[in-house]
Design a protein. Structure first.
Length: 344
């Protein structure tokens, strides 16, 4: 279900003519020519924001690029609220940064906990012994989130979906193309036996034009793909060193000082290395402990599912271990969480 669009004072609904843009400027801004071409044709730009540092930096950066290149199509941010799996502060923070950026925010409602339970119950009923949790190789939680966002993007005939994925994070993220054809593109541009991912964005656009612009053309764009983490923090209005300082303040018990004036999601000032669900299948032990401390009811709920099915939350790590680590810290009077040396 798609929530009510939260309208900001918008600068984007304009019909001003496009000014010529040099290839040098596009290269300097890191904008692929196909993206600029479609935006010059009036494509909508939908910026997916999770509340994490990458999506925050991308939001502010793309507003800057939008103005610099004189684009005039629709621009909006879209956030998929996954319900109780989220940090309690995430939705408010997404609203806050969209107000700062001056763009509309579309809130797409989801319920990831319900999806997890449905999958668990289905596998149990079938007698299937495979794990029901998402994993790094089967991230159906991510697919669910994308599907919810696609419901909003389908209102556009020509749309670019911007996603804050960076190669520095490693794994499959490093292999992703900077621009690709999105799955909601109309199928009629395909030849027999072709799939959308077989086409380059340029080929998809050319066929769409030749056929008279039928249905929808949608592209994925990863504007931050080549960015280093230091640049990300700068576009969040802070620095890597300041992030580390804030986390150290939190660990020392100076919580008010750690949060005061902090410009990114509060979870980072509390020591989180990355921002996703409060308890995420891709999270480090540090982040799991942090999320569990702030959402103890969710921890107990998911622990119950571990007990019921025998499958640990992560491959090789159970929430029982997280719970035990928190209890150990409490016994030793260590109420603040350690910060890993690895920052993503």
């Amino acid at each position: 279900m798609i929530g009510v669009i939260q309208h900001q004072l918008s600068l984007w609904e304009t019909t001003a003519p496009q000014k010529p843009v040099s290839e040098a400027l596009l290269k300097d801004l890191g904008v692929p020519p196909i993206i600029h071409l479609l935006m010059s044709l009036g494509a909508a730009l939908s910026i997916s924001i999770s509340g994490g540092k990458d999506s925050q930096a991308m939001l502010f950066w793309l507003v800057h690029v939008y103005k610099a290149l004189g684009w005039s199509g629709r621009i909006e941010a879209v956030h998929c609220d996954l319900g109780v799996m989220e940090w309690d502060t995430t939705l408010d923070f997404c609203q806050q940064i969209c107000r700062q950026a001056g763009v509309d925010l579309v809130i797409v409602q989801g319920d990831l906990l319900f999806q997890l339970e449905n999958r668990k119950n289905k596998l149990v009923a079938e007698g299937n012994t495979k794990p029901f949790w998402p994993s790094l190789n089967a991230r159906y939680c991510t697919r669910y989130k994308i599907n919810q966002i696609d419901k909003d993007l389908r209102k556009f005939q020509l749309v670019i979906g911007a996603v804050g994925i960076r190669a520095q994070e490693g794994g499959k993220r490093a292999q992703k193309p900077i621009v690709a054809v999105r799955d909601i593109t109309t199928q009629c541009i395909l030849s027999k036996g072709e799939k959308l991912h077989h086409l380059t964005p340029q080929e998809a656009y050319q066929r769409w034009e030749e056929l008279g612009r039928p249905g929808r053309l949608a592209l994925d764009w990863l504007p931050l793909h080549d960015w280093r983490v230091e640049r990300v923090w700068e576009w969040c209005g802070t620095t890597l060193a300041e992030y580390e300082r804030r986390a150290a303040l939190w660990r020392s018990g100076r919580h008010t000082e750690a949060l005061e004036g902090w410009t990114a999601h509060p979870a980072y000032a509390m020591g989180n290395e990355r921002l996703s669900c409060a308890l995420c299948i891709a999270a480090s032990m540090n982040d799991l402990k942090n999320g569990a401390r702030h959402k103890p009811d969710l921890l107990r709920h998911l622990r119950g599912w571990e007990n019921e099915t025998g499958w640990s939350f992560q491959n090789g790590r159970s929430l029982k271990e997280v719970e035990a680590a928190l209890e150990s810290q409490e016994r030793e009077g260590q109420v603040n969480l350690p910060l890993s040396k690895t920052v993503h």
